[in-house]
Design a protein around this ligand. Structure first.
Ligand code: NI
Ligand code: MN
Length: 227
């Protein structure tokens, strides 16, 4: 069994099979989260979909404090100095002690904001993750527009799909509904909405439009979903 905790925005904690992991731990400055980076003491893995501040977030600080291994693209690993990093690349997978992790494509950027130099550091391409945790399959789409590649996930038997619905930078509600139709997950959870004015969206509208395609679970920050 895997246990997912919604941390607000696109951030999740995922536990099971020896994994105490964080996905895109944007906590400092995240108006939607009741958590702070110090709440996570025993994290052993951090999965980073791309370099934008609302995803990379507190990763460097948490990884340095806990010794957690960051899983990200080769380019992101190169930018993240001083942390343990397992480099992956889109379409590649590695089997960790808790299960297999595959990086999936995303139509998005991955510049790393707030670095030392001028402008953004090159963070490679943006991605998502298909995480196998204690036999359960969790797909975190990252920030992305709708991609035809999502259809390939239908063969993977996704238990939970975490999908952005906020529009502007990512899929909006209607494209997220199309994503559910393509991925065919057992459960779909909306994310990446209402944190900023530009990504205002109604998760209830998503739930009603996607009903019948999957079980839709709207999680409040701090709420746990066991799969
Ligand atoms: Ni982004
Ligand atoms: Mn984002």
């Amino acid at each position: 069994m895997a246990r997912l905790t919604f941390l607000g925005h696109a951030a999740f904690r995922v536990e099971g099979g020896g994994l105490d992991g964080l996905i895109d731990p944007f906590l400092t400055g995240n108006s939607m989260t009741p958590f702070s980076p110090e709440d996570f003491k025993d994290v052993n893995f951090i999965f980073v979909t791309h370099g934008h501040g609302d995803h990379l977030g507190d990763t460097p600080a948490i990884a340095k404090r806990t010794g957690a291994t960051v899983v990200a693209t080769v380019e992101m690993c190169d930018v993240l100095k001083g942390v343990k990093c397992h480099p992956l690349q889109i379409g590649g997978a590695f089997t960790f002690p808790f299960g297999r992790v595959k990086m999936t494509p995303a139509w998005h950027g991955s510049g790393v904001q707030g670095g030392e130099g001028e402008g953004m550091a090159y963070g490679g391409v943006a991605g998502g993750f298909l995480l196998e945790v204690d036999g359960r399959r969790i797909y975190h789409a990252g920030d992305t527009g709708l991609t035809v590649e999502m259809g390939l996930l239908a063969e993977d038997g996704v238990d939970v799909a975490l999908l952005p619905i906020g529009g502007n930078y990512t899929m909006d509600i209607d494209d997220a509904v199309r994503a559910v139709r393509m991925i065919k997950p057992r459960v779909a959870v909306p994310m990446h909405y209402n944190t900023f004015p530009l990504i205002k969206a109604s998760p209830e509208e998503f739930a009603s439009k996607a009903s019948g395609l999957a079980e839709i679970r709207i999680l409040k920050p701090g709420e746990i979903l066991e799969v």
